[in-house]
Every structure is written in structure tokens, then in C-alpha cells.
Write a protein that binds this ligand. Structure first.
Ligand code: UT7
Length: 375
């Protein structure tokens, strides 16, 4: 019997703090007209104290989970696609796993920049279709505002913070994930990068002084690359899935620049109405931009059961790719008791986490944590 991977839950989380173009024009030499005409962005969200990639990711995931009848313990894989992880290690996904109480899940981060959500969705869907797992959560989450040079007008106007999540479940009913194409071209790895803070160039006073721990981008080169691969990846994934362009109800592109989306639409000869665009309110949220746009498209009734939806992205790496979904999900009313059970499981997961930390502390006191150094 064939297995399929269906999207059964979706959720997004963005910080409350809105940063407008007018406010930015007081920080750097820019103005609202330039930003809107060159990018389509009017405002973006910025994480505040206490918010981070993991907290946004967990909020989005909990909202996605609340749309399903799953318990956190039913999740077997958590992928956090991010270019702004909580730490180099541990993985942000492990912190999310702990917050959700998803104690049976493998958890790891996926580094494919703005294409990360498509890479993650593809990986989780193939794992479900192969029979390796039943349920997964794929999250795109970013706090790029923490990695921006706020004096660099060519980058600080672009990026914003947020997270979006999909729950995937195995099913024998056809539909859901149909096909994906994933690509990389490392020869362009220097075009969009955070040079310092990794093993190649460890953080030092000098790297901080030179702002090498912030985003460095060759905007024009990325723009050229993006306009080329958005259309080609869309065509390629449609060929692979056997779906005609005319049968695609909605394209959800990575929200990097409205002009890039318009160029892709021209190249594909599709009207802009067939593209989901919300960049004006969130800016470029990297790996989170597609799931956030998807959540808003669903909310606006732009995706209906039976629709074919193409997700397409490009990003640092360089990475690029596209994915086709046949939307099968209809909102199923979840009984309040079910929701209560979900919350209880998340609560119990947190209690378990605290108990384990406490027990480790006690063990440390009993056995000593520095004994090997004394020897
Ligand atoms: O997720 C992937 C992430 N990255 C991207 O998607 C970036 C793709 N690239 C882009 O979106 C565009 O290249 C940008 C929006 C970054 C820049 O737009 P552009 O039309 O390519 O502008 P440009 O870099 O060619 O610069 C044109 C002019 C320059 O001045 P001169 O040299 O012509 O005098 C820039 O210095 O605009 C100037 N400029 C600005 N002016 C006002 C650059 N940034 C700004 C600014 N405000 N914020």
C-alpha cells in the first residue's frame, strides 16, 4: 500500500515589535521610497528580549500541533531549518523538542539558509513515505536581526524575524507531498555569508571590530542568481511531479524581494495573483518566509483541498529548490478534551525536563563533576 505525507498542521509566530522603514531611515541613510520600490518591504518584525530562534520556533510548532490530533510524544522527527540558530551547538531543534515535550523525536537543525524549509519538508516527507517515521514537525525559524550590521543599509533593511511550522503525518490517501528538487552551488558561497564565528574564522576582538560576525552580501549577484533559479526550479519540480503549470493554483515563493518574485512570474508567464506575497509586512525572514506565507495563504482561503501548491526558494550556499504539494488538509475540529491532553503532555514534558536537570545536578553533587580533572 502506498504511503503519503500530508500536511495536517500549520502555525506561525512573529515578534510583536514592528520596525518600519521610517524608523530605519533614522538609523541609516535610506528612505521608505527606496526600500519599497527596490524590495517591496514596508516593515518587519524584530525579536525582543526573551525572544530567540528557539522560542519563536516552539511557538509556531505548538500552534501547528494544536491543529492536529497528535500528542507531542507522537512526533518522531523535529527539523529546524535556520540560518540563525540558538547556538553553534546544541541544535535549536533539541531546545524545541524539550519545550514541546516531544520525548520520542529525533531533533536536528538544517543549514540551507532560505531554502532550508523546502529541504526540511522534503527530507521529512521522504522519511514518512519510506515508512521510517509516521509524524514529523518541520520548522523554519529565524532571528536574523541579531546577525545584522545595523549600520549597513544594504542588508539591515531586508531581514526580519519569525517562524513557521508544518506538521506532517503519514497517510494512505493520495496527496500531500508530491515531489521536490533540491540544488546547491557552493561556488557562490562567498556571495552571502557570515564570515566569522565558525571554525574558519573564530570570533575575536578583531572580527567583532570588523563586523565579520554579521551578514555580508553581494546583493546584485544574489538578485541575478535568484531570478534565474526561481523559474527554473519551479519548471523542474513540475516536470518531476507530472503537474502542468496551468494546474498550479498557488506559488509560495521565498519572500526576499518583490522584484525577484515578479521576475519569476514573468519568466513563468503566470499572473502575480497566482503568487503569495506578504513581504511588505515581514521582510525577508529567510527559512521562515515560506511557512509564514503559507499560514497566511491558508488563513486567507487561498489554498483549498485539491489545490496544487508550489513552494520555491533560493538562499545562501548557494542553495535553491522547489516542492509541490497537493493540499489535502481540511480543518478538522479538535475536541477541547484533545487540546487539553496535548497541553497536559507538553506540561508533563516540561516537568520531566526539569526533573532530569535536577537529577543531573544531584548526580553531580554525589559523584562530582570535576573528578577527572583532579586525577
Ligand atoms: O534570501 C536571500 C537574501 N538576499 C537577497 O535576496 C538579496 C537579493 N538582492 C536584492 O534584493 C537587491 O540587490 C537589493 C535590495 C539588496 C539592492 O537592490 P538593487 O536594486 O540591486 O540596488 P544596488 O545594490 O544595485 O544599489 C543601487 C544603489 C547604490 O547606490 P549607487 O552606487 O548607485 O550610488 C546603493 O549604494 O542604491 C544604493 N543603496 C541604497 N540606497 C538607499 C543600497 N542600499 C540602499 C538603501 N537605501 N537601503
Amino acid at each position: 500500500m502506498n504511503r503519503y505525507a500530508h500536511v495536517t498542521g500549520w502555525g506561525m509566530a512573529v515578534p510583536d515589535r514592528v520596525l518600519t522603514n521610517q524608523e530605519l531611515s533614522r538609523l541609516v541613510d535610506t528612505n521608505d521610497d527606496w526600500i519599497v520600490s527596490r524590495t517591496g518591504i514596508r516593515e518587519r518584525r524584530i525579536a525582543q528580549k526573551g525572544e530567540s530562534t528557539a522560542t519563536l520556533a516552539a511557538r509556531a510548532a505548538l500552534r501547528a500541533l494544536a491543529r492536529t490530533d497528535l500528542r507531542p510524544t507522537d512526533i518522531q522527527m523535529i527539523i529546524v531549518a535556520t540560518a540563525s540558530p540558538e547556538h553553534i551547538f546544541p541544535a535549536t531543534a533539541c531546545i524545541v523538542q524539550d519545550t514541546l515535550g516531544a520525548t520520542n523525536a529525533a531533533a536536528f537543525d538544517l543549514s540551507a539558509a532560505c531554502t532550508g524549509f523546502i529541504y526540511g519538508l522534503s527530507l521529512a516527507s521522504h522519511s514518512i513515505r519510506a515508512g521510517a517515521i509516521e509524524n514529523a514537525i518541520v520548522i523554519g525559524a529565524e532571528t536574523l536581526s541579531r546577525l545584522i550590521n545595523w549600520e549597513d543599509r544594504s542588508t539591515c533593511i531586508l531581514f526580519g524575524d519569525g517562524a513557521g511550522a508544518f506538521v506532517l503525518q503519514a497517510s494512505h490517501d493520495p496527496g500531500g507531498f508530491l515531489a521536490s528538487v533540491l540544488h546547491a552551488d557552493g561556488s557562490g558561497s562567498n556571495l552571502l555569508t557570515i564570515p566569522a564565528g565558525g571554525s574558519r574564522m573564530p570570533a575575536s576582538l578583531e572580527t567583532v571590530h570588523k563586523n565579520l560576525h554579521t551578514i555580508q552580501m553581494n546583493g546584485r549577484e544574489i538578485f541575478r542568481f535568484a531570478t534565474r533559479v526561481m523559474a527554473s526550479s519551479t519548471r523542474e519540480v513540475l516536470t518531476r511531479s507530472g503537474i502542468e503549470l496551468d494546474d498550479v493554483e498557488l506559488v509560495i515563493p521565498h519572500q526576499a524581494n518583490r522584484r525577484i518574485i515578479e521576475a519569476a512570474a514573468r519568466s513563468l508567464r503566470l499572473p502575480m495573483e497566482r503568487f503569495m506575497v506578504n513581504i511588505e509586512r515581514y521582510g525577508n525572514t529567510s527559512s521562515a518566509s515560506i511557512p509564514i506565507a503559507a499560514c497566511e495563504a491558508i488563513e486567507q482561503g487561498r489554498i483549498r483541498p485539491g489545490d496544487h501548491v508550489v513552494l520555491v526558494a533560493f538562499g545562501a550556499g548557494l542553495t535553491y529548490g522547489a516542492l509541490v504539494l497537493e493540499w489535502v488538509s481540511t480543518e478538522r475540529p479538535i475536541p477541547p478534551a484533545r487540546r487539553g491532553i496535548q497541553r497536559l503532555f507538553t506540561f508533563m514534558g516540561r516537568v520531566r525536563s526539569l526533573l532530569r536537570r535536577f537529577w543531573r545536578h544531584i548526580e553531580g553533587l554525589i559523584w562530582g563533576t570535576k573528578s577527572h580533572k583532579k586525577r
